[in-house]
Design a protein around this ligand. Sequence first.
Ligand SMILES: Nc1ncnc2c1ncn2[C@@H]1O[C@H](COP(=O)(O)OP(=O)(O)OP(=O)(O)O)[C@@H](O)[C@H]1O
Ligand SMILES: [Mg+2]
Length: 470
Amino acid sequence: MSESERGKTATTVLVVDDDPDICVALEMLLRYEGFEVWTAQNGKQALARLEKEQAAGRRAELVITDVKMPEMDGLALLEKVREQPDPPPVVMISGHGDVATAVDAVRRGALDFLEKPLDQNRVLVALQNALRQTKLTKENRGLRRALSERWELVGASEPMRRLRAEIARIAASDAPVLIRGENGTGKEVVARNLHFASAVSAGPFVPVNCAAIPSELIESELFGHEKGSFTGAYERRIGHFEAAHGGTLFLDEIGDMPLAAQSKVLRALETREITRVGGSKPLTVEIRVVAATNADLAQAVTEKTFRMDLFYRLNVVPLRIPPLRERAEDVPLLTRHFLAQIAARTGRRPRALEPDALAFLCALPYPGNVRQLRNLLEAASVLAEDAITRADLEKILENGPGLTVTAASPAGPFDDPFRAETFEDFKERSEALFIRRKLAENEGNVKRTAERLGMQRSHLYKKLDRFGLK
Ligand SMILES: Nc1ncnc2c1ncn2[C@@H]1O[C@H](COP(=O)(O)OP(=O)(O)OP(=O)(O)O)[C@@H](O)[C@H]1O
Ligand SMILES: [Mg+2]
């Protein structure tokens, strides 16, 4: 069948065998099934063919190769193919006596192997599996790429360059990492970049906000619970440690973790085992732990609110993210990045920025760091009539230090309470204004604000979430 008859490009398979009978038999079978087939007599010829076709913009989606061949055998070919960017899957054909080699090939990255004499159905099944697998891998890679774009670490300043180099250097190890940085500096962004670059990038990334969990629930949240283990445990629940198995557990705001939970976390990290609340047998978990804090943990250790042993356990690789005011040269890049992101979300062209507006942006102190810059640009994109001016920015900043109404809530909870129509609405607006003010008085420090207001931290977090204050 020619390509024009099929109306679309056929999937191409490269068949490599020094036995011409096998080449012909496979070629006929695969052609009959609608594949395009290339053949070669040994590894060298196969590579030459791949190269020649690639120069013409064509590629094989699958390679089926014999193990024993003159000039270059199947294992050497496998190795060469796997060195290529985005390599096609390889299926080995083993003769009598070299099944062990074929098994070894699978260990080295071949997708499957077929034994001689070849069975037609086995061949076709192996082929379909191989192609399905590649499709999944490709889809997966696409999704991962989209995700990693969303979490791109933007910045060309010296500290950011160093940070990126450090991430690349430590990603391969499974040592715990402790990220320090003020609010909004990008701790989660860095944690996710570590995950993307790590050996467990195909596994889950599980973020846990340690400050947002009420202390009486923290054990069940982290380790899970069995049905009926306490009042309210209606179902078995998988905890965050278990959910992160084979991936990264991101312990955010670790400085706010209650002491009782700290000792349990330490044990879990040391033994790599957890037991669900109400469960009897421990479960093994393989996780990479990345923790983050905006608090001075060393200070907390001195004050005995943070366990020294846990601190040392987590602080194997310390990473510090400098505040935005120490790297103002990143502001223009970040600004362009956020304006493009906001535009992509709203389906409009990115807003332009007047030159003096950019100069103004570069000179701000940013107590709320990168997040504050992003919020500011969100608000400006909504407010500005055309290009964003310095006056637009100043108007938004008058709204409150470090805290701006996000685009998600343009006429949000921060409106004058006395203009509310209902009592509920009045309460909501008053609460939002009060909390915003108190949070600003405490430089955005949630823990301190909660203490001063006599509120549970987790409760305050919920409110912040609701009012879009985070
Ligand atoms: N270098 C950066 N490049 C691109 N976006 C960034 C960067 N740093 C931060 N951001 C963005 O700024 C916002 C805040 O970042 P992130 O949540 O990682 O900060 P954080 O340090 O965890 O803050 P908090 O202490 O409040 O938890 C996010 O929207 C994030 O995408
Ligand atoms: Mg964070």
